[in-house]
Design a protein around this ligand. Structure first.
Ligand code: BES
Ligand code: MN
Ligand code: ZN
Length: 493
């Protein structure tokens, strides 16, 4: 979708559609008022008819209004004027884009950036419109032989007051960079696992280096063997796909600035290994690389923003397959840190690849390390699909991430990681087991990782419930790219 900023009169815009807001109780927004005046009270008539009550996110599409240049006018309900906050605003914008996504509207002018939203200016509103419009119009139909007849909106003109123009232009740019990062992460998640292999992810990282000036290095199995990554390579040994350790660098800050390191779980398919998963919905385990995808998406976003900060990305990526050479329950692996791990369940593989990546991250002398992983089904049971699970060994870092989640509406929830849980990982045969029983499964997984993150401030984001949607709307969400990008933006300020 193409976006632009304009300072136009709603009745004079010649688009397939103009989008204007109506508050609950029938109060018209300024743009709706202008349309109403031009069309000789047409909208007042509609309100009287009861077809549009202004309820938040309700929509009504009108055709051929007198003296209005565009063919259609979309009325969108804004809810109560005094309740217009971030969430209400996002809902209204999303509803208007969705209402037009299946019809014949290709060009639209949106007049929602002039609305008053508490604490926010044209920069924020333009960025929101770009992010939401891009999110709502996302499709993954590369592999459908018949493409849908109607593409939905391809050109969206965001109208703002004259004084807001510069802010809105900057907001558009920032929103677009984030939208591109999110959609990249969605694509990687949605892509089938016979194509999106560890090698493919490495190629994508290398492509990012070419187009976005990111520095990329890919470590192969032999180099990882030298580093002693016995835990990561243990998981990888059951697959014919070679494992990769992808390392990315975004140098936006001063040379001596310590980097933030983002570590993303990149299991391109998780069968469970010898502890094989049941068949139902196993296809969704192609999304087990969404942590990796979020790191790549965030790199794309911050590179396009030229963000003035140093960031390193570390992506351990492999498949988890059952095979004659696969690890078995009972095997003991020696991690890069030297700590030994008894594998009691080969399906708890995420932590086995992340622990070596966390040890590897030490060499960057990080200011903070954040790992992102579709780590546990237990996290989905605890928090459902709305919040990402957040664990940290440093409260101030946790607070930063929580705030970034609120600001980007990509929220996380702080979970406990008290020492009380640690003994659940005890075993008679190694330094630790890779599982801690059913109770508090997402917490014991975080406890496991914490043992490899002692040398720096660290946070862990369990995105098992938020990185993709199941059912009719099955698809990657691009989360937590908005949270991570906002976290890095806030660090620059
Ligand atoms: N990738 C899964 C976690 C997962 C499962 C995410 C379902 C989203 C939906 C992970 O590798 C896994 O299999 N975890 C096990 C851990 C268990 C064996 C301790 C789980 O959650 O069942
Ligand atoms: Mn697993
Ligand atoms: Zn997994």
């Amino acid at each position: 979708m193409e976006f632009s900023i304009k300072n136009g009169h709603p009745e004079k815009q010649n688009h397939d559609c103009v989008i204007v807001g109506v508050y609950e109780g029938g109060q018209l927004s300024d743009a709706a008022k202008a349309i109403n005046v031009a069309s000789k009270d047409y909208l007042s008539g509609i309100l009287k008819s009861g077809d549009m009550e202004g309820k938040l996110a309700s929509t009504l599409l009108l055709h051929h209004l007198p003296n209005v240049a565009s063919d259609r006018v979309l009325l969108v309900g804004l809810g109560k004027a005094n309740e217009m906050d971030e969430r209400a605003y996002r809902k209204a914008v999303a509803a208007s884009i969705k209402a037009l996504s299946h019809g014949g509207v290709e060009t639209a002018g949106i007049f929602l950036a002039e609305l008053g939203v508490k604490k926010h200016n044209a920069h924020w509103k333009a960025a929101q419109i770009v992010e939401i419009a891009s999110d709502c119009s996302y499709r993954f139909d590369h592999y459908k032989s018949k493409k849908p007849e109607h593409k939905g909106i391809t050109k969206l003109v965001i109208n703002v007051d004259k004084i807001g123009t510069d802010d809105a232009e900057a907001g558009l740019k920032q929103g677009l960079a984030l939208a591109n990062g999110v959609s990249f992460a969605k694509d990687l998640g949605n892509l089938q696992p016979n194509i999106c292999t560890p090698t493919y992810l490495a190629e994508q990282a290398e492509a990012l280096a070419k187009t976005h000036g990111v520095k990329v290095q890919v470590l192969e199995r032999a180099e990882m063997e030298k580093l002693g990554m016995g835990s990561f390579l243990g998981v990888a040994q059951g697959s014919v796909q070679p494992p990769k350790l992808i390392v990315l660098h975004h140098h936006g800050g001063k040379k001596n600035q310590k980097p933030v390191v983002l570590v993303g779980k990149g299991i391109t398919f998780d069968t469970g290994g010898i502890s094989l998963k049941p068949g139902a919905e196993m296809d969704e385990m192609k999304y087990d690389m969404c942590g990796a995808a979020s790191v790549l998406g965030t790199f794309k976003a911050i590179a396009e923003m030229n963000l003035a900060i140093n960031v390193v990305g570390v992506i351990p990526t492999c498949e988890n397959m059952p095979d004659g050479n696969a690890i078995r329950p009972g095997d003991v692996l020696t991690s890069m840190s030297g700590l030994t791990i008894e594998v009691l369940n080969t399906d708890a593989e995420g932590r086995l690849i992340l622990c070596d990546a966390l040890t590897y991250a030490e060499r960057f002398e990080p200011d903070a390390v954040v790992d992102i992983a579709t780590l546990t089904g237990a996290c989905v049971i605890a928090l459902g699909h709305h919040a990402t699970g957040l664990f940290s060994n440093k409260d101030s870092l946790a607070v930063e991430l929580l705030k970034a989640g609120e600001a980007s509406q990509d929220r996380a929830w702080h979970m406990p990681m008290w020492d009380d849980y640690q003994p659940q990982l005890d075993t008679n045969f190694a330094d630790m087991a890779n599982i801690g029983g059913r109770a508090g499964g997402s917490i014991t997984a975080a406890c496991f990782l914490s043992r490899f993150a002692k040398k720096y401030d660290w946070a862990h984001l369990d995105v098992a419930g938020t990185a993709w949607k199941s059912g009719k709307e099955k698809g990657g969400t691009g989360r937590p790219v908005p949270l991570l990008t906002q976290f890095l933006i806030s660090r620059v300020k």
